[in-house]
Design a protein around this ligand. Sequence first.
Ligand code: WT7
Length: 640
Amino acid sequence: MVNKITSLAEYLQKYQESVADPEGFWEKIAESHYWHKKWDKVLDWYFEGENAPNVNWFVNAKVNITENIFERNMFMRKDQVALIWEPNDPEEKEIKLTYGELFEKVKQFANALLKIGIKKGDRVAIYLPMVPELTIAMLACARIGAIHSIVFAGFSATALADRVNDATCNIIITSDGAHRGTKTIPLKAVVDEAVAKCPSVDYTVVLNRTGEAVDMVEGRDFWWHDFIKGVGTENKAEVMDAEDILFILYTSGSTGKPKGVVHSTGGYMVYAEYTFKNVFQYSDGDIYWCTADIGWVTGHSYIVYGPLLTGATSVMFEGVPTWPDAGRFWQVVDKYKVNQFYTAPTAIRALLAQGNEWVTKYDLSSLKVLGTVGEPINEEAWRWYHDLVGKGRCPIVDTWWQTETGGIMITPLAGITPTKPSLATLPLPGIQPILVDPEGNELKGNSQEGILCIKYPWPGMLRTTYGDHKRCYQTYFSTYRGLYLTGDGAKRDEEGYYRIIGRIDDVINVSGHRIGTAEVEDAINQHPKVNESAVVGYPHDIKGSGIYAYVICEDLSDTEMETIEEEIRDTVSKFIGPIAKPDKIQIVNGLPKTRSGKIMRRILRKIGEGDATNLGDTSTLLDPGVVEEIISGAKVSVKR
Ligand code: WT7
């Protein structure tokens, strides 16, 4: 397979090449793609200076990513399965779509979008469960040059409306409802509530998935099946500039509202394909399964774009790991004879807790590679995954990356890079990590711990934050001049291997999802009885981190006191979604603040960790008594 590294020596050599001559390195890789017009220059960039960051890959090249998925693969793979869809309910029949069939559906939906006037550059919101139509809709957008903004279907109406408004989307593609285990979630009802607050939305398209009753507004809402009725499949791809936006994906930061991370077409395409085939060591004919939701970047890059560009067979799963029982993942691996399996540490920990028999009951001999992503994997989970799931035969790729990086950055290459439990190991070719101290001084050599930054552009990196380029600079490039700030702390061991420690900012990694503490606080503060709140993370066995909220309320009556915590959780659910609900809530009378009024989260974190004996310097506190009160204090409500 073209551009696939096959040995450690080759990796080391490629890495050297990629640092000595990054442009030459990526140019060679990009040659294997189909371009309408090649670049005048491979890279044009600065991280510091007027209107920074400025990053242009494949300058003036013309391309369409779907032609690289379909037309480029069609000769060899027309009848090969591109997508295997496994429904929530194991009793329901799966769907397999070949490259040929998927192509027809993408072109037809693309034509339907064009017919109602959606065109290049328009923003299309997609709020769908994990059904094949999600992949079809996103690729149809890419086909016509519309920018997709996929919103995870677990977000609330308010969160959806915020994202739709930020990107001024014209249309929302959704379904009547979603199946998740035994539950059904009424997505169209959520969309209706959101649309009432979204003046830019002219249309919705509604897939019939659960069959529940929905309200349809004449002229605004179309059923998916009516929307494509009679629409042809003849379609010429829109020719895009390499730097035209492919998609926006919102992610939380340490302050304020979520940022729309912008990825452009050419660089993202090259990076998604290159990282997919190398990290997972995908070979022709393999069956690959990533369990993520396409609502997150992992699904964008490693269910859809990376695998389909490579010509892989990619499994897409609608359900949850624990329904009908804790053996579901392994039943599906057995059913399709999955070769590469990619999931999150939180899922591994949850399944580990259910006992080994759920794993051993299935034939997992097809597995060749196991992957993890989203958070540090603890050694116990790593061992269980390696020894029990992989029977000690399958290398684990612990892949570190972010929404902003577009693709995997630091990782072993499966079966090539020697692994160590809990270490993401080495950077991919083309990636130049650097550790710095808090003042920004480079920490050179091995055996170092510091703040992880990247010092040179790579094709898959974000280009801006939608509608606010200054915010992009401010968030990622202003802290240490000339460096991209990841927001993670990391250790480089004696061999030069990286271990990711975790976020150094006010972002909590809950089950591999980024939750900004400020966002949760804003949501909690919407409750009429709440005066102020402070949110921190604390160690959680399954989720990695749980959410701990300290809340100051107005005088509460005894009856109000009984329900306040549940009401706070409901408020968070309403403003963000169930994933952001605090695991622990403690009603307090005061918060530890400095004389300048800043909340000392360090102290709250310590208390949350149950380590209140060692609070460090508290001399700058306005009222040290507050801390005593919190420690000795009130009861903590724990979410069931
Ligand atoms: C943050 C990015 C991109 C994948 C899904 C999450 C943490 C990600 C690892 C890993 C330790 C990891 C980091 C990072 N993270 N992968 N292998 N080991 N930590 O994307 O929501 O943008 O979150 O997830 O803290 O900054 P995201």
